[in-house]
Design a protein around this ligand. Structure first.
Ligand SMILES: [Zn+2]
Ligand SMILES: [Zn+2]
Length: 346
């Protein structure tokens, strides 16, 4: 890994990248430095939120994420540390006059939870909210961006999520378009964005003038879980696996009893799934004094490309690799302040 100083990403909305913003990286109990679990993944102005732990609404503001953006929320499971921030976030959106509809996905129990908080504390909204209780499968698909849920092994029903972006075409070749008689102009744009067109009665397909699409960009979030095959399969060849790592191996007994992973288990799974970068989150407060270093060090004995998530850390993910921007106060991972780590993918 090399360390370079780079400014924050200038194109968070770019089509060819994701931006991950860690809003909360704590496990069970929030600490001075770490809020309850919550992660935002941005793509082309759409914000996908994964888990909504306590105080997610203020982390949202600190991270300068817009509250009126096209958005969907995905809850991994109904344990309090992953859902108690949801009413506050919804309230804030309403008080600030959000108009766009909001979809919320999670295990079936989530539907009862949202119904109860809405009726018991009179939580009305200025926007349409739809809550879906789901088991697994594709939940959202929008212009090449998709989110899929898969079951994991925790205490009670729990999901992990896979987020992918698939470009419909590869590089556009103007000379091929010209040779086929397609005039320069909007028709080129339509072909390049994956649409077939008809010129002089002849159908021209995107692949006639473009390279095949590159493999999709993929980010997978484990939620809380023991190591399991569904996670291993979902994470196969992922650009980034965001995984919980609650304990070091000397507390394997606790990990097994409470349905969590040790750092070693998470790192092994990342290696088996051939992921490019592993980002560990949701580690126990017992490692707080050491800033989580025992977790990071143990994981690095099994897998090289591993990073410890910090609250408000931002990670941009492109085909060429990832770029990590640590928050100003963070330590560890080999970078600090406004420095940025750069790791190359394949
Ligand atoms: Zn948890
Ligand atoms: Zn849990």
């Amino acid at each position: 890994m090399t360390v370079t100083t780079v400014m924050r990403s200038r194109d968070p909305g770019s089509k060819r990248m994701f931006e991950i913003v860690f809003l909360g990286t704590g496990g069970s109990i929030p600490t001075d430095n770490r809020n309850h679990p919550a992660i935002a993944i941005r793509h082309e102005g759409t914000v996908l939120i994964f888990d909504t732990g306590e105080d997610v609404q203020r982390q949202f503001i600190r991270a300068r994420l817009g509250l009126n953006a096209p958005m969907a929320i995905f809850i991994t499971h109904i344990h309090a540390d992953h859902v108690i921030g949801l009413p506050g976030l919804i309230l804030r959106m309403s008080l600030l006059g959000r108009r766009r509809p909001l979809q919320i996905f999670g295990p079936r129990e989530l539907v009862d939870y949202v119904r109860l908080i809405r009726s018991s504390i009179g939580l009305g909204t200025t926007f349409e909210t739809t809550v879906y209780g789901v088991k697994e499968g594709k939940l959202l698909e929008r212009r090449g961006l998709s989110v899929e849920a898969f079951r994991v092994e925790h205490r009670g029903p729990a999901l992990g999520y896979s987020v992918t972006f698939r470009r419909l075409t590869g590089r556009f070749h103007p000379e091929r378009a010209e040779a086929l008689g397609v005039p320069r102009g909007p028709l080129w744009g339509r072909l390049a964005s994956g649409e077939s067109i008809i010129v002089n009665g002849k159908t021209i397909r995107p692949l006639d003038v473009c390279d095949p699409p590159p493999p999709p960009l993929k980010i997978v979030y484990s939620g809380d879980t023991r190591p399991c095959d569904t996670l291993r399969r979902a994470a196969k060849n992922a650009d980034v696996l965001i995984s919980e790592a609650m304990y070091t191996s000397d507390r394997l007994d606790l990990a097994e009893e409470r349905g969590h992973m040790t750092a070693r288990e998470a790192a092994r799974l990342a290696r088996e799934a051939n992921v490019k970068t592993l980002i560990l989150t949701h580690y126990s407060p017992r490692y707080e004094l050491e800033m989580g270093m025992p977790i990071l060090e143990e994981a690095r004995t099994e897998f090289d490309n591993v990073i410890l998530a910090r609250d408000l850390m931002r990670v941009t993910v492109r085909r060429s690799g990832i770029k990590v921007t640590e928050p100003a106060t963070a330590r560890g991972n080999g970078g600090s302040g406004d420095k940025t780590l750069r790791q190359h993918g394949s």
